[in-house]
Design a protein around this ligand. Structure first.
Ligand code: FAD
Length: 470
C-alpha cells in the first residue's frame, strides 16, 4: 500500500488508531474460521465521520476495506482477501440510549451483544437474539451476518429486532435506513438489504433495535434418549400441541460423547443417543400450564433421563452441557469444520440419515448439534488426519446438494463468507445472482467493500492486484 494512504488515514484518526505494525496486522488477519491473510493496515475509527473519511480515501485510491467486529465469524467473512485496510469497529462501542417508553435501544456497532442484553435486562427489558458467541461478538457483526442463536424459535433472529440503521457506503456517503418506529412501509427496505450483507454493501455505524419486556420466569429441561428419532419427534409434538419453547437445542450421540469426555462431572447418562434442551418462558400462571403439558409430552416419549431446573444456578448447569460443546469438539481436533445448514423441520430426520451415509462413505467422524426449533443444524466434520482432509470437500459438497434437494438452505445464521461462496449457485439461481450482483454494484461500484465474500467470483473490482485467497 502506498505510504500516502497510510498518511491520509493517520490524518483522519491520529497516529494512535492506525497501525501497519506486523503484530497489529497479524491480529487483524484471521477470524474464527482460522483462515488468514495479512492486511496492509488496521484502522480503528471512533465516529461515523471517521468511517466516512476512511472510505473516501479507500474509494479514491481503489483500496479494499474489510469491516471487522470481534472476528468470531466462522466462515472467513472478516478475513482480508488481499491487500487493503481492516476497519476495526470495536472502539465504536457505546450503548447510546435505552428508551423504555418506546422499547428501543440505540447502539454503536462495536457493542458486545451480551453487554446490551445485560443492560436491557437490568431495566426489565429483553433483547432476545442470543448467538452462542454473545459474550464476544458485536451487534455490527450480528447485523452483517443476520445472526441467529439459541432463542430464535420463539423470538426470531437479529433481523426481527433491527428497525433502523446508519451506514457508510463505499464512497463515504452516510445513509439512514428505516425509522425508530415499530412499523414502517416506505419504499424499498434498505435495512433488510444491509442485514446479512457481510460488510459487502456498507459499514453499519448506528443501530436502532426493538426491545421487548423481559419474560417473568423460565424453566429448563434436558431430556436424553437412546437414539435421535424420539428427540426430533418430541420437538414436533410440542409445537403441534401449541407449546412454543424459547429454546430447543439438539445434541447427537457424538456431541454428547464429546462433552462427557471433555468434562466428566456433568450429570448425563453414559449411553445416550441424543439429548434435547427445552426452555420455556412466560408469566408464572402461563408457565405452570406450559410445564404440565410439556412434562406429560416428555413422559410419553420414553426418555432414558430427564433433568429439570427452575432457578438460575440450576438452569445454568443444564446450559453448561450445551455450552461445553464448542470447546469439547475443539479438544478432539482443532481442524474441525462446522457447517450451518437449515431445513424445514420435517426434513431433519431425513438429513440426519444423509449425514450417517456421508460419515460412512467418506470416513470422517461427524458431530451434529443445533437449534432444532429452527431446523438449523451445525454439522461438525471432525477432521484430524490427511485422509479426512482429502475427503472433506466431496463430503461437504454431497451434504449441501442433499440440503438443497430437501428444500433447505446453505446457512441459517453464519452467512456465506469465504468458505461457502463456491456453493452459492447451488441455492441462488442465475437470475437472482444477477440481481444480487446489480445490488452490489449499485452500493459499491468499484467493489472495494469486503471483496471475495458471498459471491463465488470477484466482481467489478478495478484493483489490478491478484486476489490472495487465504
Ligand atoms: C463459539 C462460537 C459460537 C457461535 N454461535 C453462533 C450462534 O449461535 N449464532 C450465530 O448466528 N452465530 C454464531 N457464531 C458466529 C459469529 O459469532 C457470528 O457470525 C457473529 O455475528 C459475528 O460477529 P462479530 O462481531 O464477531 O463479527 P466479525 O466476525 O468481525 O465479522 C462478521 C462479518 O460482519 C462484517 N461486519 C462486522 N462489523 C460490521 C459493521 N459494523 N458493518 C458492516 N459489516 C460488519 C464483517 O466484515 C464480516 O463480514 C458463533 C461463533 C463462535 C466462534
Amino acid at each position: 500500500m502506498a505510504n500516502n494512504i497510510y498518511a491520509k488515514l493517520k490524518a483522519v484518526v491520529g497516529s494512535e488508531r492506525v497501525s501497519a505494525l506486523p503484530e497489529d496486522r497479524i491480529a487483524a488477519s484471521y477470524d474464527a474460521s482460522k483462515l488468514q491473510n495479512l492486511p496492509d493496515v488496521v484502522v480503528k475509527p471512533k465516529t461515523t465521520q471517521e468511517v466516512s473519511a476512511i472510505l473516501k480515501i479507500a474509494n479514491e485510491t481503489d483500496t479494499s476495506v474489510y469491516p471487522r467486529g470481534a472476528a468470531t465469524s466462522v466462515t472467513g467473512s472478516a478475513v482480508p482477501t488481499r491487500d487493503g485496510i481492516v476497519i476495526d469497529l470495536s472502539l465504536m462501542n457505546r450503548i447510546v440510549e435505552i428508551n423504555p417508553a418506546n422499547l428501543t435501544a440505540v447502539v454503536e456497532p462495536g457493542v458486545v451483544v451480551a453487554d446490551l442484553q445485560k443492560e436491557a435486562e437490568s431495566r426489565g427489558l429483553f433483547y432476545p437474539p442470543d448467538p452462542a458467541s454473545a459474550e464476544f461478538c458485536t451487534l455490527g457483526g450480528n447485523i452483517a451476518t443476520n445472526a441467529g442463536g439459541l432463542r430464535c424459535i420463539k423470538y426470531g433472529t437479529t433481523k426481527d429486532y433491527v428497525i433502523a440503521l446508519e451506514a457508510v457506503l463505499a464512497g463515504g456517503e452516510i445513509i439512514n435506513t428505516g425509522r425508530a418506529t415499530l412499523k414502517h412501509s416506505v419504499g424499498y427496505d434498505l435495512t433488510r438489504l444491509l442485514l446479512g450483507s457481510e460488510g459487502t454493501l456498507g459499514i453499519v455505524t448506528g443501530i436502532t433495535l426493538r426491545l421487548i419486556p423481559k419474560p417473568a420466569a423460565q424453566t429448563t429441561y434436558f431430556v436424553f434418549y437412546k437414539d435421535e428419532t424420539p428427540a426430533i419427534q418430541l420437538s414436533m409434538d410440542l409445537l403441534a400441541k401449541g407449546i412454543l419453547p424459547r429454546a430447543l437445542e439438539f445434541m447427537d450421540a457424538a456431541s454428547l460423547r464429546a462433552v462427557r469426555n471433555y468434562q466428566k462431572d456433568f450429570d448425563m447418562p453414559d449411553m445416550a443417543g441424543s439429548g434435547l434442551l427445552i426452555e420455556l418462558d412466560g408469566e408464572p400462571a402461563d408457565l405452570t400450564k406450559q410445564r404440565s403439558q410439556t412434562e406429560e409430552i416428555i413422559k410419553g416419549s420414553n426418555p432414558i433421563m430427564m433433568m429439570q431446573a427452575d432457578n438460575k444456578d440450576e438452569i445454568d448447569k443444564l446450559w453448561a452441557i450445551r455450552k461445553a460443546l464448542s470447546p469439547a469438539l475443539y479438544s478432539i481436533t482443532d481442524k474441525k469444520t462446522s457447517e450451518d445448514i437449515c431445513l424445514p423441520r420435517d426434513k431433519i430426520l431425513p438429513i440426519l440419515g444423509v449425514l450417517k451415509t456421508i460419515e460412512n462413505k467418506y470416513h470422517i467422524p461427524v458431530a451434529t448439534f443445533g437449534h432444532l426449533g429452527d431446523g438449523n443444524l451445525h454439522v461438525n466434520f471432525l477432521v484430524s488426519t490427511p485422509a479426512h482432509q482429502a475427503e472433506l470437500e466431496p463430503a461437504v459438497d454431497e451434504l449441501f446438494r442433499s440440503v438443497i434437494g430437501l428444500g433447505g438452505a446453505l446457512s441459517g445464521e453464519h452467512g456465506i463468507g469465504l468458505t461457502k461462496s463456491k456453493y452459492l449457485p447451488l441455492e441462488v439461481g442465475p437470475v437472482e445472482m444477477a440481481l444480487m450482483n446489480q445490488v452490489k454494484t449499485a452500493f459499491d461500484p468499484k467493489g472495494i467493500m469486503n471483496p471475495g465474500k458471498i459471491f463465488p467470483v470477484l466482481i467489478h473490482h478495478k484493483n489490478t492486484k491478484d486476489t490472495k485467497t487465504p
